[in-house]
Design a protein around this ligand. Sequence first.
Ligand code: NAP
Length: 207
Amino acid sequence: MADRITDVGGTAVPVALDVTDRAAVNAAAEQIADQLGAVDLVFNNAGVQLISAIEDVKFDDWQRQIDLNISGVVNVIGAFVPQLIGAAAGGKPADLITTSSIAATRVLEKFSVYSGTKAYISQLTRLLRVELGRKMVRVYTIEPGMVDAELPVHVTDPDASNLMADLISDIDVLTAADVAETVAFIASVPRHVNLTEITILPTQQAV
Ligand SMILES: NC(=O)c1ccc[n+]([C@@H]2O[C@H](COP(=O)([O-])OP(=O)(O)OC[C@H]3O[C@@H](n4cnc5c(N)ncnc54)[C@H](OP(=O)(O)O)[C@@H]3O)[C@@H](O)[C@H]2O)c1
C-alpha cells in the first residue's frame, strides 16, 4: 500500500503494530508526528468479528473482540487526540473517524459480544463530541453493513460463516473502496460540518 501511495506522488510512513499494545500505539503516534507533522485525520478502523452462540461460551473470542474493538480503539484515540486538538487549534480540519457497524443498533442472533463492542464505539463517539466538538475536532462513526473484506474469514461458527458467505455471493456488497470514499467525503466537507454517524448499506441489504 505504501508503494501504491508513493508511486502516485504521495508520502507514506507504514508502521506495523498491534493496536492492543498501548505503548506501541503511543510510539507510532510520536513517530508519525516526527516524520509527517501533527496528525489531522485518524481512521480508527481495526476490528474483529467473532460471532457465536452465547451458550458456546467462547471466552477467548469474546476477549479478543473486547481487546481489539474496545481497548484497541481507545488506545488509538488516546494516542492521537492531543495531535488532533493541536491541528484543530491551528485552524485545520481535524477528524477522528472510528468504524462501528450496523451491528451497534441491530438485533442479530449470535452477534451479542461483537454488537456490544460496536455499540460501545457508537456511544463513546457521541460522548466524545461533547468535549472535542467545542475544540473543533470532528468525531464520527461509520456504520457499514456487509463489506467484502476478510472479516468473515475469522469467524469460527459455521452457521455464522455461511450466513455471511451467502450474503456476499447473493447481493452486490460494499467494497473497501466504498468505505474509503465515504471517509474521504466526510473529511472533505467544510470544517464546521460534522456528518456524525454514517450508515452505509449495500443497496440490496435489507437489515
Ligand atoms: N466487513 C464487514 O462486513 C464489516 C461490517 C461492519 C463493520 N466492519 C468493521 O470494519 C472494520 C474493518 O474490518 P474489515 O471488514 O475490513 O475486516 P478485515 O479485512 O479482517 O480487516 C481488519 C483490519 O484490522 C486490522 N487489525 C486486526 N487486528 C489488529 C490489531 N491487533 N492491531 C492492528 N490492526 C489490526 C487488520 O490488519 P492486518 O490485515 O494487518 O491483520 C485489518 O487491516 C472492523 O472494525 C469491522 O468490525 C466490517
